[in-house]
Design a protein around this ligand. Structure first.
Ligand code: SF4
Ligand code: SF4
Length: 60
């Protein structure tokens, strides 16, 4: 199944991905980031913009 993975150990919680998500599908609360799967269209904006590559698209 296609989905977006968040690699918490790499993330520095900068909030950049939240700002570029067109569907408000990323929830960032202090040091916890949640992908709201029902809203995510896998547009990849966040994957491309994350400065530390903490978001990955998975096909498994
Ligand atoms: S852009 Fe990357 S490092 Fe920044 S909050 Fe999002 S996943 Fe974390
Ligand atoms: S892939 Fe697109 S829709 Fe999904 S969380 Fe990232 S920016 Fe939002």
């Amino acid at each position: 199944m296609s989905e977006l993975l968040h690699l918490e150990k790499k993330c520095d919680f900068c909030g950049t991905c939240v700002a570029v998500c067109p569907h408000d599908a990323i929830d960032l609360a202090e040091f916890h980031l949640t992908i709201i799967k029902d809203r995510c269209t896998l547009c990849m904006n966040c994957v491309y913009i994350c400065p530390v590559r903490a978001l990955e698209h998975s096909d498994e």
